[in-house]
Design a protein around this ligand. Structure first.
Ligand code: NAI
Ligand code: BUO
Length: 258
């Protein structure tokens, strides 16, 4: 049994997932980094290990149920324990409603919604085998709390993740498993840059204009760094959040008020 708690973060090769891995490693967790491309998550794990941390890279596509189960089992075997599952990986098609295709719908739902469901199932199996509870933390979005133009498909997956978070929190409470979600705002990552580019292209404007469309209603008047999101996930992964379950918490600098 590991002397540290073990957290697995999906989509940990860049952006918010990478920031979460760095933060939890600093918090004293052993971190498993899951990504579609092993070289990318391995590079982040190497960085963390060279800095004295404890990181382990695993390859899986979160849309593939068996691959996710295999990855979680591998992490459990590697560390001898498993405590926190962070279903962070996601993709963000950003097109007007009239351009949505069946392929796009299928792709986004299999990764964003399927990935959370398979990640939850695999984590529950591992927690039960280890005879203890655990924490499941899901990546939703402010776009899962409020409709955003051009994000019908993406936003609907993020609304679904809030629903899954509520439902599974009730189902899994008797097993001492909590389930919560984080809802970031406009975070400076490759995903957000792509969205801003697409929306700007559609309108025949610059990428800066695209980002401004999303950023103009932030009360704190700055875009989010991935570390802002990692700060919330650090709390949700810690014992300080033990009495919180079923919640989807906004970390958006004041965009959406609930
Ligand atoms: N950047 C933003 O402004 C916001 C992001 N989010 C959510 O936060 C999460 C992380 O977003 P970012 O870091 O911005 O995105 P990103 O695109 O920069 O990074 C996502 C990572 O997930 C990986 N990934 C994608 N599909 C995968 C799959 N099928 N299997 C395994 N790995 C996969 C990608 O390869 C990439 O490394 C996503 O769920 C996103 O929807 C939520 C609100 C705002
Ligand atoms: C990418 C995302 O989740 C936004 C714009 O809220």
């Amino acid at each position: 049994m590991a002397d540290k708690k073990v957290a697995l973060i999906t989509g940990a090769g860049q952006g918010i997932g990478k920031a979460i891995a760095e933060r939890l490693n600093r918090d004293g967790f052993a971190v498993a980094l899951l990504g579609r491309h092993l070289d990318k998550v391995q590079a982040v794990a190497d960085e963390l290990n060279q800095a004295g941390g404890d990181a382990f890279a695993v390859q899986a596509d979160v849309a593939d149920q068996q691959a996710v189960f295999d990855a979680v089992a591998k992490v459990k075997d590697h560390y001898g324990d498993f405590n926190v599952m962070i279903n962070n990986a996601g993709v963000a098609p950003s097109d007007p409603i009239e351009s949505v295709t069946p392929e796009q719908l299928d792709y986004a739902y299999k990764i964003n919604v399927g990935g959370v469901i398979w990640g939850t199932q695999a984590a529950v199996k591992a927690f039960k085998e280890l005879n203890h509870g655990g924490k499941i933390i899901n990546g939703s979005s402010q776009a899962g709390q409020e409709g955003n133009p051009n994000l019908t498909v993406y936003g609907s997956t993020k609304f679904a993740i809030r629903g899954i978070t509520q439902t599974t929190s009730k189902e899994l409470a008797p097993d001492h498993i909590t389930v919560n979600a984080y809802c970031p705002g406009i975070v400076k990552t490759p995903m957000m840059e792509d969205i801003a580019k697409n929306v700007a292209k559609e309108a025949g404007k610059s990428e800066e204009w695209g980002m401004e469309q999303f950023a103009k209603n932030i009360s704190l008047k700055r875009l989010s760094d991935p570390s802002d999101v990692a700060n919330l996930v650090s709390f949700l992964a810690s014992d300080d959040s033990n009495y919180i379950t079923g919640q989807s918490i906004l970390v958006d600098g004041g965009m959406v008020y609930r």
